[in-house]
Design a protein around this ligand. Structure first.
Ligand SMILES: Cc1ncc(COP(=O)(O)O)c(C=O)c1O
Length: 468
């Protein structure tokens, strides 16, 4: 996953060949099945439409760059997860993308919500999300955050450290409340994903280690607490995971711990949360399982492991984020400059610079995440040309789409659309190079609605105490 270049005068990846997974398409205009939100189509003249609107209309109303969320698609995915996992509690992972509107959609589709900061919790509460349906995460929850959570009555707190146990006990005693808590455990599962999004191997910051014995100690301590109501275990093994193998090992290890806890205390823990991490298609190389198949696979795994340990099946929950918020999102950018860069040996690479970049989508720079793209405003017969879509920032790694075949006649002013951009892009956005963050709009039935307004330069300048 790490892209390195050889030392020397050409500071780029010197191979101009496409990566092995990327075939030259016969038609670079095609919207490949499975990559685009449900209402995304090419209209009669070839222009891309989302939510019943041509992209030119969306841009005229919302400006460029902009993140477009297909409401029907978002709600449909949320509901599909809830229905596929009927009998489970499904928590939408708000870190993938949260706003007042999104919280309301999630609530209306009947899901619960996972938040992990004071900001996310405040958005959820201000949006009117039932606190009893909120789960609170975080490896360093501040006293302020825990106070708000306890006072508002959040449904569950997922404890991540011994310090947090002490902090929660003190606050629970002070406020006269006894929250439901789960212990986040580290299962030691090596999820086959990027190191920074794998979260259950031993050497990282989250959770209590099962192998090291800290998880059992934490469980026993919480069980004995007058101020905490221990309800279960939580495990999250990483993100962008495509098979159930990692979950199988995690389920086995967490259920074994439950059975050890039962032996030690006589108490059967009633709940198990398997976290999120279900992969989505960013490129033609990704083929995610359907929620129904996952539900079937995970249920079988849990039933089998429960039988093996002689445990009653616990109440199960999970926390999909990107699988709900990623595919409904499309990023629209406008092309500003085009450059064919000589790589030596007669090879060159086409760099297409757009009006956004790593400030609105850090994932390619952070995790070497791959994306795809098309020219959205028109179709053309120009031959597919291997291209790289880059941003406007002062970093060589400011890449949005590392390798993609775009039509050879891409020109200034063309609209570039990037699919599966709804998760961990705008939610991880920064103001690098004093760049205001783009708007997020919802589209549905031919109408645009603002989800997050575009940040302005004045918003940024207002923070600067050294300016008038
Ligand atoms: C504890 C926890 N739950 C759920 C998620 C959501 O993961 P994803 O969006 O990949 O489903 C994350 C992501 O980091 C997480 O840390």
């Amino acid at each position: 996953m790490t892209h390195m270049h050889v030392a020397g005068s050409i500071h780029a990846d010197v191979s101009s060949a496409a990566p092995v997974w990327l075939d030259r398409p016969t038609d670079a205009n095609a919207l490949v099945d499975g990559l685009w939100s449900g209402t995304t189509v090419r209209g009669p003249g070839g222009e891309m439409h989302v939510g019943g609107l041509p992209v030119s209309d969306i841009l005229a109303q919302a400006g460029s760059p902009v993140y477009v969320i297909d409401e029907i698609d978002f709600r449909g995915r949320a509901l599909t997860w809830a229905q596929a996992f009927a009998g489970w509690k499904v928590y939408y992972a708000g870190k993938s993308f949260l706003s007042g509107t999104i919280a309301r959609w999630v609530f209306e589709e009947g899901l619960n919500l996972d938040v992990c900061s004071l900001g996310e919790l405040t958005v959820a509460l201000r949006a009117g999300f039932d606190p009893a349906r909120i789960g609170l995460h975080g490896n360093n929850k501040s006293e302020d955050l825990l106070r708000v959570a306890l006072q508002s009555g959040v449904g569950r707190i997922i404890i991540d450290s011994a310090d947090e146990i002490a902090r929660l006990e003190r606050l629970g005693s002070e406020l006269g409340v006894r929250p439901d808590v789960l212990i986040r455990v580290t299962t030691g599962v090596e999820a086959h994903t990027h190191e920074y999004i794998a979260t259950a191997h031993e050497d990282q910051k989250f959770g209590f280690s099962i192998a090291g014995g800290q998880a059992l100690v934490a469980l026993v301590r919480c069980q004995g607490s007058a101020h905490l109501n221990l309800v279960g275990l939580h495990s999250h093994i990483g993100s962008q995971i495509f098979d159930t193998n990692g979950f199988e090992v995690a389920a086995r290890r967490t259920l074994r711990l439950m059975s050890q806890f039962k032996e030690a205390t006589g108490v059967t823990l009633p709940e198990l949360d398997l976290g999120g991490g279900f992969g989505i298609a960013y490129t033609i190389d990704d083929s995610p399982a359907t929620p129904a198949d996952l539900a079937h696979g995970l249920s079988e795994i849990i039933e089998h492991e429960c039988r093996a340990f002689g445990l009653d099946k616990p109440m199960l929950s999970l926390e999909p984020g990107r699988a709900i918020s990623g595919p409904p999102g499309t990023a629209l950018y406008t092309v500003g400059t085009i450059k064919d860069v000589e790589l030596g040996g007669g090879q060159s690479r086409r760099y297409i610079s757009v009006d956004g970049g790593m400030s609105d989508n850090i994932r390619p720079a952070l995790y070497a995440a791959e994306y795809s793209a098309v020219v959205a405003g028109r179709v053309t017969d120009a031959p597919p040309t291997l291209s790289r879509v880059v941003g406007l920032h002062c970093e060589g790694g400011d890449i949005l789409v590392r390798d993609v075949f775009l039509p050879g006649d891409v020109r200034i002013g063309d609209v570039i659309a990037v699919p599966a951009a709804g998760a961990y892009s705008r939610s991880m956005a920064s103001n690098y190079n004093h760049t205001p963050r783009p708007a997020v709009v919802g589209v549905r039935d031919g109408k645009v609605s603002v989800i997050l307004r575009r940040e302005t330069l004045d918003d940024l300048l207002a923070l600067d105490a050294g300016l008038d």
